[in-house]
Design a protein. Sequence first.
Lengths: 124, 229
Amino acid sequence: MKMNFNKRDPVYTQVVRHFKERMATGMLEPGEEIPSRRELANQLKINPNTAQRAYKEMEEQGLIYTESNQPSKITTNEKILSSVREELITEAIDMFVSSIRSINVPLDEIIELITEKYEDESNE
Amino acid sequence: MIEIKEITKKFGRKKVLNGVSFTAEKGEITCIIGVNGVGKTTILNAIMNLTPVNSGQILINGEKIHKGSYENVTFIPDAMTMLPQMTISQAMEFMQDFYNTWNQKRASEILGFFKLKESDRISELSKGNKAKVNLLLGLAMDVDFILMDEPFSGIDIFSREQIAEVFTSHLIEDRGVIITTHEIGDIEHLIDKVVLLDQGVVLKEFNSEEMRETEGKSVVDVMREVFKA
């Protein structure tokens, strides 16, 4: 696991987001074991207390769960998993819309351009 | 916890520390940042009582420092204190004879962690490897607190990365660490607490993650604000 952090957002929220992205794309599967807080700190080169904080946050959001003395696992709760996906999509679209709106492009043209771009990239 | 309360130190007429206060918790990495010559090393020396302070108080786990305190703290200076003609294993034996807090098992583990060879002579090591041996000799002690003076100073990037890895590993476990540095660079995400020091005065003390969360500022952002004033 590798990550580039920005320096101004809390590290733990960046870690949580990283996990959400991997869950949404299926790189982390439901029920999959995740590293211990020490292993995560080591892999991502972050402070172990921060790794701990990220896990606590994910546990509270129901993204991961821990059974007594077992390694933590990715949730198998379908509802949570689909809401993670939705959240990421909504966020990306919000960002896109707010930046494209300032250029005043008609919706038809945008859709056409997106379709083209999508096809190009999947052909590559 | 190490508590520094209003310590003052004069060398001749010069006040090197002028009412310095901060705390360092167990299980946290506290980083004292300041340019060279602002009193960072003097603080560490004061905690070790190598430089007795003129006024103020230093408490370790709630007690005033006394001889027994040093079973609980180890100091890793920025330069090797072992004789250059020694091999790494001789240096380790020396530490073992001298300190009853020495943990040989951990020492061997760190040796592997840093990929160092016991039979190597200190004088023949690269600067980066010397720094690693120096760190090994301190980290191998069974103590609650580790003080490191400029552990990243003047060594190559790969050694720096390896040393930074110590901070995320179980070698630190739940110990308290105080490090000094004049350059935050690549360790910004590794530390818990920042103490900004200038001219013997603490200008600001904060938790780096909290600073990002509440004010959206990086450690370097805060340094720019505080030090330019």
